[in-house]
Write a new protein. Structure first.
Length: 230
């Protein structure tokens, strides 16, 4: 295998994703997308609402499967996997930050960050707690570790979600519109946290409709109507 292939974090090859409505009408969310992201890059996916950004993130993270084409992540063709195999693979390989946080409301902030490590069967209980506290300190949330998600502001929840995405030490962090529901100050805090994660060696990809936030990345991929803009 060539060095060039080994260094690729994410490769989309002619990827289509077509959704079918209950009426039978087909809606193509992605239309023949092809691109490559190198390991260690800090990349923004820029596009308006409905352009296919979330679908792209879900395919890169193995949450969904393309209708046609291939998605290769760190040299693994995840399109060959079934849903159960992708879920198991995702626990160790990808951390995802969702637009609406997706923290478990019945768990404390600390327990939310512990959860990915427990699911992946990583480290001892004492090591998991130590790592979770270190990550919460990293995102400025250690003093909130015993709070529940509904006791936090939106910005605090998203910072906790970044810590959770890093918990199992995945090589890739995917963030789907992580700043969409935040004020300007917290938007910048979240992008700065993603930048810090990138400096730790993570490949980081985030989606946004804001050109100013996209310009904080090292590389911008533009998408509109399910197609890449040149």
């Amino acid at each position: 295998m060539s060095k060039g292939v080994i260094m690729k974090a994410i490769v989309f090859e002619n990827v289509w994703k077509i959704y079918r409505a209950s009426s039978g009408v087909e809606y193509p969310a992605l239309r023949g997308i092809s691109f490559e992201i190198n390991r260690g890059e800090f990349v923004a996916i820029l596009g308006p609402s409905g352009s296919g950004k979330t679908t792209l993130i879900y395919l890169a993270g193995g949450i969904e499967k393309p209708t046609k084409g291939r998605v290769v992540v760190n040299n693994v063709d995840i399109t060959r996997m079934n849903e159960s195999e992708r879920a198991k693979w995702r626990r160790r390989n990808v951390g995802i930050v969702f637009q609406f946080y997706h923290l478990v409301p019945s768990l404390t902030v600390l327990e939310n960050v512990l959860l990915p490590m427990e699911l992946a069967g990583m480290w001892s209980k004492e090591e998991r707690v130590k790592r979770a506290e270190q990550l919460l300190d990293f995102v400025g949330m250690l003093d909130k570790k015993d709070k529940y998600p509904l006791q936090l502001s939106g910005g605090e929840q998203q910072r906790a979600a970044v810590a959770r995405a890093l918990a199992a030490d995945p090589p890739i962090i995917l963030a789907d519109e992580p700043t969409a529901n935040l004020d300007t100050e917290n938007k910048l805090k979240v992008i700065d946290l993603l930048s810090k994660a990138n400096k730790l060696g993570k490949t980081v990809i985030y989606t946004t409709h804001d050109p100013h936030l996209a310009n904080r990345a090292h590389k911008v991929i533009r998408i509109r109507d399910g197609k890449l803009e040149q």
